[in-house]
Design a protein around this ligand. Structure first.
Ligand code: NDP
Length: 451
């Protein structure tokens, strides 16, 4: 890690002291501050108004009890979170994550990233994130429903289409959004479609929202390739995860002519040299909700490597790597393996999947590296398109919505490069994304006064 600018070091020291034990939040704030040197030199007004200090402090943090009854009649207890981080640009916007690892530090890192990601989309949305340490794995539909109902029984009082608009994330897909929306509607007696995004198509959802994060990540990677006079055609791609983001990143990469040879889940990874059979993968993961080994059991060309964490998928040689599982899943050693095997582009579909060491290795080796806050912004951008459709009581075609998504991703890519150039760090997507997102939020905060 490089030394911070003398204006920024005390800010980081304060973050460490005020948020003890929240390692992922420290990592995310540090990564932003690492890009802020040229910004504080050029814009003393941000320092005078304590913008960076304020932006690193959530506007509101809500932690609540979520009791629910399992199928055996036992009372279960979980903890719920919603961190409303920044509303300078619009209502708080960001997903809900249900995973046993969820605690305040993870929700705050995700909410923090969301502020700048949302700004980069150019849409009027602030940043927030939430979730619970509830583990939906192995739970019946009825248990998931009772959990979601209890979760919303507290959350409803904090959200609203002009206040805070949650969506899905790890462990929260269409089924969970349905149960959450149903309970919100029941408690408030309002059919307020715009309060949640990721809804089903028949009841206020947007076409392309399911595909948006994965497709958007591939569109972003495609722009990187175009800038290098290349394309996805004929390339070998490795993807981590096999959830929402991973599946649709694979779908778009295949559509653009690539072969996706591996993906993973938390039980291991599959290698399929013939290229993933997406219909089978979707059936195993989206319909049957089974472990990834079931895919290899049913496909002759595939083998399953069990027991290893999702990260070992990075040993599989590829031209393009798309980490789409979870934070800190790709470390320095994995990055070295990618470089050794000739990988030239890494685009983050997940949030902060690459450790700082990994980013350093990749960047020093000349691998184009796209951070999640830029590369995976297609999901939240399409959520904002869902909000637009809800507000106008309209529903757009798949083709129109996908065209909007592609334009947004092309725009974010251009903005990252232009900003990186303007601040003396040409070609650096991390700095470009951080600076462009930050400046948009900082200017709005300056205009709104000390609030
Ligand atoms: P899903 O729950 O649909 O899929 C997550 C995938 O990652 C699963 O394959 C899961 O394996 C794997 N995974 C999750 N946690 C771990 C872990 N601790 N160790 C190993 N593997 C893990 O989530 P999404 O696809 O929606 O989200 C994936 C990433 O993308 C997250 O970082 C999320 O924040 C980010 N993201 C998602 C957006 C969206 O629109 N959904 C938008 C922007 C970013 P298993 O099934 O075994 O748990």
């Amino acid at each position: 890690m490089t030394d911070l600018n003398p204006t920024l070091q005390p800010i980081f020291d304060e973050i460490l002291a005020r948020n003890p034990g929240e390692t992922e939040f420290h990592q995310a704030t540090r990564e932003l501050l690492d890009s802020m040197g040229p910004v504080v030199r050029r814009h003393p007004e941000y320092t005078d108004a304590a913008i960076i200090r304020r932006i690193c402090e959530p506007e509101r943090q809500i932690i609540f009890r979520v009791p629910w009854v399992d199928d055996a009649g036992q009372v279960q207890l979980n903890r719920g979170f919603r961190v409303e981080f920044n509303s300078a640009l619009g209502p708080y916007k960001g997903g809900l994550r249900f995973h046993p690892s969820v605690y305040l530090g993870i929700v705050k890192f995700l909410g923090f990233e969301q502020i700048f990601k949302n700004a980069l989309t150019g849409m009027p949305i602030g940043g927030g994130k939430g979730g619970s340490d509830f583990d939906p794995k192995g739970r019946s539909d009825a248990e998931v429903m009772r959990f979601c109902q209890s979760f919303m029984t507290e959350l409803y009082r904090h959200i609203g289409e002009y206040t805070d608009v949650p969506a899905g994330d790890i462990g929260v897909g269409g089924r969970e959004i349905g149960y959450l929306f149903g309970q919100y509607k029941r408690i408030t007696n309002r059919y307020e479609s715009g309060v949640l995004t990721g809804k089903g198509i028949g009841w206020g959802g947007s076409l392309v929202r399911t595909e948006a994060t994965g497709y958007g990540t591939v569109y972003f990677a495609n722009e990187i390739l175009k800038a290098r006079k290349s394309s996805f055609e004929g390339k070998t791609v490795v993807i981590s995860g096999s959830g929402n983001v991973a599946i649709y990143a694979a779908e778009k990469a295949i559509e653009l002519g690539a072969t996706v040879v591996a993906c993973s889940d938390s039980s291991g990874y599959v290698v399929d040299e013939k290229g993933l059979d997406l219909a089978l993968l979707k059936d195993v993961k989206e319909v049957r909700r089974e472990r990834l080994s079931a895919y290899a059991d049913e496909r002759e060309s595939a083998r399953f490597v069990a027991g290893s964490p999702t990260t070992s998928v990075w040993d599989v040689p590829c031209d393009i790597a798309l980490p789409c599982a979870t934070q800190n899943e790709l470390d320095g050693d994995h990055a070295l393996a990618l470089v050794r095997n000739g990988c030239t582009v890494v685009a983050e579909g997940a949030n902060m999947p690459c450790t700082p060491d990994a980013v350093k290795v990749l960047t020093e080796a000349g691998v184009a590296f796209a951070p999640g806050k830029a590369a995976n912004a297609g999901g939240v951008a399409t959520s904002a398109l869902e909000m637009q459709q809800n507000a106008s009581r309209d529903s757009w075609s798949f083709a129109h919505t996908e065209e909007r998504l592609e334009q947004i991703m092309v725009g974010i890519h251009a903005r990252c490069l232009e900003t990186a150039d303007a601040y003396g760090v040409p070609g650096n997507y991390v700095a470009g994304a951080n600076i462009a997102g930050f400046i948009q939020v900082a200017d709005a905060m300056l205009a709104l006064g000390v609030i």
